[in-house]
Design a protein around this ligand. Structure first.
Ligand code: MN
Length: 709
């Protein structure tokens, strides 16, 4: 069995002695933490993290990765926490271990297969340090190697998860060696019978292949030597899973897939690659259309190589890959190859992500030169440095949203009706405001209420175009509906003064008026009145039947105020507003001012601004509160108190006991003895306000309570 001394021997081939010592220390801590725990196979638990560290040491990963690998199950399975690891091995190791634990906690079991891609992206998005993924992949690889001890159902489930999640992840990162092994292990566990059939077939076929492989290899070597091209030639065994996939996807028989002879030629320089290519094309005739230049046009994950297929002796097809040593390392280890190259340099801490970015930049550069960076961006960048955030719906579906998205964005992403009626969100089962920014892996439930409406304030925090346009559209429609309804009431009231009504107007009159105003319909006209763009009184005059052309000027002019007042309900919506200068509430004497584009603004009769507007009498509308006016109306009150510790709390409690809400508080005029407190509270009407004021007057140390004018 792989022991700690084996790991240290491997590590000291490329790490400093003190770094190897740290790995030994991590092993001691891990062994102590997992003491008494055994794996299903019966061996002590510590052999699992030890083996995981061994896999990473073979990839020549840095010592922090190996230390983290040794401790990767400690947070999840033992009493040792992140802080303990941080204290003993530093921030970076603690963060990697913590990251691996978080990924381990994310369970794919219950998710639909179609969600695999998003699940994988979510794992990537949760990872700030790419080494977390590398440890997780090594962890999975060892678990798959030792899967035999698991019950059948568990084996199948782990195998499916491996093929759906971890294999594509390894592929994106260019880690082909790990990928191929994970594929074969996953295939064996998921389809044991198919696996056995193919393995047997390979065993049988191998015998008579040997001679041909040897013959071709010798021929290639001889030719390269003649042309003085230094190169290594190796025969390649096909992987079982890739044989299976080819048979399945291309409908080929086993022998059609397997009776292909595969070789890899590695050389020193790129130039040599092409010279070797020319040389083997001279030796055996190439199969037309099979040559691929992945050196000039690398694959999305940075893979580079020349591929060609030749007609071999007896007509057998020969697949040849030609690449440099460096390309070969990248092809096997992908992103991990980067640690390998930089291992000699001083291992500046905090450079893990930088290295990942360098790898990425390198691949991006290759892609740009090849001119197909789009595919690259789609596949690699999104996985590594995502601009998205991934969250779960209560049903376990994964939703993908742009970074910075809020609960409202999610609501609209699910359905526009849910967006339009949402009132709150539950994030990880706790209530949260709709403006909450979402984070990866959260469980989000959107709470809706029938009749709820979008709030214009949402436009300040939503980030998706979908949410923004739906909110805008809703508000525009709503505003237009409200304007039409208010406009109808305003115009009807004006017409009443002339003993007329909208229903009794002749079609000719309406048509003429619309032509005059260049409008298409009565609705358009009513909307303009409701929005204050046109005055109801002037429109009414336009609609009065003309006795004759010259009599028009003598049309009846009503006495101002003679018409019945427009009744205010408080539910008119966005086209009716209450002036902030005087804060009218039901029960106050009020006046309406027609403000172009804003609709009707309600003031109190005594408001000082009303005096200013008196010189435009045509813009004032006679209004009154309807008996049943409802809603919450803000009003300002002022309290003078002798300075007393804790009094603010008493006042606040008194106000809310009286069923009023406090919207804001200001403190002023502070001297030794008196304090003046200003509150904006919301009340239903004057009676309600009177009750609040009376209760406040009853508080000890409160000397004066007034409504602010
Ligand atoms: Mn593990």
């Amino acid at each position: 069995m792989f022991q700690i001394d084996d790991l240290c021997a491997l590590a000291q081939t490329y790490l400093q002695p003190e770094q190897v010592e740290e790995i030994r220390r991590a092993h001691e801590l891990g062994a102590k933490a997992h003491e008494g725990q055994v794996r299903r196979s019966g061996e002590a638990y510590i052999y699992h993290p030890l083996a995981v560290a061994g896999i990473l040491a073979e990839m020549r990963m840095d010592h922090q990765t190996l230390v983290a690998a040794m401790l990767h199950d400690v947070i999840e399975d033992t009493d040792y926490g992140k802080e303990r690891i941080r204290a003993e091995f530093g921030d970076e190791v603690a963060e990697i271990v913590d990251g691996v634990s978080k990924l381990t906690q994310m369970n794919f079991e219950s998710r639909a297969e179609a969600q695999a891609q998003n699940f994988r992206k979510m794992m990537m998005a949760m990872t700030h340090d790419i080494r977390v993924i590398l440890v997780k992949l090594a962890d999975r690889l060892h678990n798959m190697r030792t899967l035999g001890a698991m019950p059948l159902e568990k084996r199948r489930q782990k195998a499916r998860e491996t093929l759906d999640i971890y294999v594509p992840m390894a592929q994106r990162l260019g880690m082909n060696k790990i990928r191929l092994e994970l594929e074969d292990l996953g295939f064996a566990a998921l389809y044991p019978v198919r696996y056995r059939v193919i393995t047997e077939a390979i065993k049988k076929a191998r015998g008579h292949r040997k001679e041909i492989v040897k013959q071709i290899k010798t021929a290639i070597k001889r030719r390269l030597r003649q042309e003085k091209l230094a190169a290594k030639v190796a025969g390649r065994e096909k992987h079982i899973y890739s044989i299976y996939l080819k048979m399945k996807n291309k409908g080929l028989s086993f022998s059609e897939v397997y009776d292909v002879y595969a070789f890899r030629i590695t050389v020193e320089t790129v130039d040599m690659c092409y010279r070797v290519l020319g040389s083997v094309h001279n030796l055996y005739k190439p199969v037309p259309g099979k040559f691929k230049d992945y050196i000039a046009i690398p694959k999305a994950n940075g893979y580079q190589s020349l591929h060609t297929v030749l007609f071999g002796p007896y007509g057998v097809p020969i697949e040849v890959q030609i690449r440099t040593e460096e390309m070969d390392e990248v092809a096997e280890a992908g992103i991990a190859a980067h640690w390998l190259y930089k291992a000699d340099e001083s291992s500046a801490s905090g450079s893990a992500q930088k290295r990942a970015r360098e790898w990425l930049r390198g691949v991006l550069e290759m892609q740009r030169q090849a001119g197909n960076s789009e595919e690259f961006l789609e596949h690699v960048k999104i996985d590594l440095f995502p601009d998205e955030v991934y969250v779960f719906t209560p049903k376990g579906e994964i939703m993908e949203l742009p970074r910075g998205s809020t609960a409202v964005d999610l609501a609209y992403a699910i359905h526009s009706d849910i967006g339009n009626t949402c009132v709150a969100a539950r994030i990880n089962r706790r209530m949260a405001p709709l403006s909450s920014r979402l984070a990866n892996g959260q469980n989000i439930e959107i709470i809706t209420a029938p009749g709820a409406r979008p709030n214009p304030a949402w436009l300040n925090f939503v980030v998706t175009a979908r949410a923004r346009s739906h909110i805008r559209h809703f508000l525009k429609t709503l505003r237009s509906d409200e304007a039409i309804s208010l406009g109808r009431r305003m115009l009807s009231r004006e017409l009443e003064a002339f003993s007329l009504s909208l229903d009794r107007l002749g079609p000719g009159q309406l048509k003429q008026a619309l032509e005059t105003y260049h409008l298409d319909s009565l609705e358009d006209l009513l909307e303009e009145i409701g929005l204050g763009k046109r005055l109801g009184s002037l429109v009414a005059r336009q609609l009065i039947p003309a006795v004759s052309g010259k009599d028009k000027q003598r049309a009846p002019i009503p006495v101002h105020g003679a018409s019945a007042p427009l009744m205010i309900r408080g539910t008119e919506g966005m086209v009716l507003s209450f002036a902030k200068c005087c804060r009218p509430i039901p029960g106050d004497k009020i006046l309406g001012y027609v403000s172009a584009g804003r609709g009707l603004v309600i003031h109190r009769v005594g408001c000082k601004n009303v005096a200013d507007f008196r010189n435009q009498p045509e813009k004032w509308v006679n209004v009154e509160w309807e008996e049943s006016a409802e809603g919450e109306f803000p009003v300002r009150i002022q309290l003078e108190i002798t300075n007393q510790r804790g009094i603010l709390a008493t006042i606040a409690a008194t106000i809310s006991d009286a069923d009023a809400n406090i919207e804001d508080v200001q403190m002023a005029d502070r001297d030794d003895r008196y304090v003046s407190l200003g509150f904006t509270i919301t009340v239903h009407n004057r009676k309600h306000l009177a009750r609040v004021l009376r209760k406040c007057r009853g508080i000890p140390h409160v000397t004066r309570v007034t409504r602010v004018r």
